[in-house]
Design a protein around this ligand. Structure first.
Ligand code: PEP
Length: 250
């Protein structure tokens, strides 16, 4: 069974409500005939507008983070129930910008994953090595550790609701892309890790793994031609309908 490709945009801290409505209206015709799943992940303040604007289209809406608690004294945080109430379907967890700037750890990633899945959200889990880790030759060790801890306590039945995004930190927002072969090789390591954690067939048939890191209209087709790469998590190139459309039609 072939894995259906999935391309997701990560808008980061860009686009207010008006800009969200505008970009979605431009995206709808551009991605209408996509053969892959299409997701846009927007800032919290734009989620309601994005959900409304994407109704009846093939564009799915995601958030960029979620807290693990159901409610309580967590100033500035948003719960999974709050996202579900808005009609949000996906959530990015463990993005390297959260890990680097906001103290996200493998353990908090795991807690967020469990909470999101328990409430029926689909998760885009980000893993990836820093430049120092790559130069130290420990990329495989790092992505295996991140993957194992993220999935601790998560049942096999949930695998269809998780997408993994392999994002080498040094390639995010830098214009430096991993070679398609390197990206493919590291994704194969992550898939092998999922086979150990669950089963070889689960990893082969049910686990979709994206590449992310300066993926754009120019390099998408080469990356997407690699057998292990099932999609992309797109930052900068998701902010313009024309660019995102070209990635979607890799
Ligand atoms: C990202 O934010 O996940 C990302 C991959 O960004 P960019 O495409 O801009 O490198």
């Amino acid at each position: 069974m072939a894995r259906k490709p999935i391309i997701a945009g990560n808008w980061k801290m860009n686009n207010n409500i008006a800009a969200t409505r505008q970009l979605v209206s431009e995206l709808i015709p551009v991605v209408a005939d996509a053969v892959c799943d299409v997701v846009i992940c927007t800032p919290y303040t734009s989620l309601a507008a994005a959900v409304e604007a994407c109704k009846g289209t093939n564009i799915h809406v995601g958030a960029e983070n979620v807290h693990w608690a159901e409610k309580g004294a967590f100033t500035g945080e948003i719960s999974a129930d709050m996202l579900v109430e808005l009609g949000v379907e996906y959530v990015i967890i463990g993005h390297s910008e959260r890990r680097t700037y906001f103290g996200e750890t493998d353990l908090t990633v795991n807690k967020r994953m469990k909470a999101a899945l328990a409430k029926g959200l689909k998760v885009i889990l980000c893993v990836g090595e820093t430049l120092e880790e790559r130069e130290a030759g420990i990329t495989a060790e790092v992505v295996r550790r991140q993957t194992k801890i993220a999935f601790a306590g998560i049942d096999n039945e949930e695998l269809d609701n998780v997408v993994i995004a392999y994002e080498p930190v040094w390639a995010i927002g830098t214009g430096k892309t991993a070679t398609s072969q390197d990206a493919n090789d590291t994704i194969a390591i992550i898939r092998a890790c999922m086979a150990e954690l669950y089963c070889p067939r689960c990893a082969e048939e049910r686990v979709r793994i994206q590449y992310g890191g300066s993926m754009n209209a120019k390099n998408a087709s080469e990356l997407m031609a690699m057998p292990q790469i099932d999609g992309g998590l797109i930052g900068g190139a998701s902010l313009k309908a024309e660019d995102f459309g070209k990635v979607i039609h890799f």
